[in-house]
Design a binder for this molecule. Structure first.
Ligand SMILES: C[S@@+](CC[C@H](N)C(=O)[O-])C[C@H]1O[C@@H](n2cnc3c(N)ncnc32)[C@H](O)[C@@H]1O
Length: 308
């Protein structure tokens, strides 16, 4: 059933975070080649396209074909734009297929969009959905591909507790892993709602956040190998960005931010360029009030040296 939070095919529920800060740091020039590795709802894309001239180029990439379809319908025909359905960890291959050898600006805005979290993804990202447990970034999964169902119903209790604590920061991870194991011994856990209700019954409600938030985040990060993709995506971005070009990354998780911080620092130490953000840029209070999702956002930016 389509609920009130489900966007129409060509609209988005997503509000881009740190938009002004991204615009300033990327400092788009009319002829730039921009790679947007996480186009999502296309909010950053719309603003950056406005600053691009007729000879500029915009590569709009997302692992989720549904997100790309939505953006394509919203932006309409634009000869400057190429849409790519793929993971940014394979950015080099995708750009080669488009005959793009280098980029001037690269943007990665990590995690999921509100369309995926709050809309009808059909993949079990939302606590209240009866979707099967998939949680994959890709809209379609191949047979044998890792999904949340496998993690929840097949991983041993210790591995489950380790990711729920390590990726989710859930201090009661052992308890969550134990109730999952006990339930699945009776019958497999089939839907997102069932998993969320099980966790809520075990942990109880404290504060505004749903008690399953951390567990869902951890499972999603494991299913999509999100930290591995980030590490590979950053390396690919560094190779692809032109001298004097910039890479901007927005993270929503401490582990992601640490990977970006360490990569940028290491590149600067090796003389490959300059970190433009000495400290990560957080969202302003006003932005968080207007868009609570921006709460944990941090923006970092690296500029590759002009000559090497
Ligand atoms: C936070 S949203 C981006 C929002 C976008 N900047 C906007 O303004 O609307 C993140 C998007 O990145 C995609 N994504 C996450 N990890 C990805 C990856 N490794 N490769 C490609 N896309 C990815 C998700 O499917 C999602 O659509």
């Amino acid at each position: 059933m389509v609920d009130a939070r489900t966007p129409k095919a060509s609209t988005t529920l997503h509000t881009p975070v740190l938009l002004q800060e991204v615009i300033e740091l990327l400092s788009v020039q009319p002829n730039d080649v921009i790679v947007d590795g996480t186009v999502g709802g296309g909010g950053h894309m719309s603003a950056l396209l406005e600053r691009l001239g007729p000879d500029g180029r915009y590569i709009a990439m997302d692992a989720d074909a549904t997100a790309l379809d939505r953006v394509r319908a919203r932006i309409g025909q634009d000869p400057r734009v190429s849409y790519v359905c793929g993971n940014f960890r394979h950015m080099t291959r995708h750009l080669t297929e488009l005959d793009v050898e280098a980029a001037d600006k690269i943007l990665l805005d990590l995690g999921l969009s509100s369309d995926q979290l709050e809309g009808e993804s059909g993949r079990g990202f939302s606590f209240t959905s009866d979707d099967p447990l998939r949680m994959t970034l890709r809209a379609h999964t191949d047979e044998g591909e890792l999904t949340a169902w496998h993690v929840v119903n097949e991983w041993d209790e210790t591995s489950l507790a380790d990711i729920i604590y390590g990726f989710g920061g859930e201090t009661r991870a052992r308890k969550v892993a134990r109730v999952i194991r006990e339930r699945r011994e009776e019958q497999p856990i089939a839907s997102a709602r069932e998993l969320a209700e099980l966790i809520e019954a075990a942990l109880g409600r404290r504060g505004k956040r749903h008690p399953a938030t951390r567990t869902f985040q951890a499972i999603r990060m494991a299913v999509n190998d999100e930290l591995g993709a980030l590490t590979e995506g950053l390396e690919a971005a560094k190779r692809l960005v032109r001298n004097g070009g910039r890479i901007a990354v927005i993270t929503f998780h401490g582990l992601e931010d640490r990977i970006v911080k360490q990569a940028f620092r290491e590149w600067a130490r090796q003389g490959e360029g300059t970190v433009l953000t000495k400290h990560p840029i957080p969202s302003s209070r006003d932005e968080v009030l207007a868009n609570p999702r921006a709460r944990s956002a941090k923006l970092r930016c690296f500029e590759k040296a002009s000559t090497q």
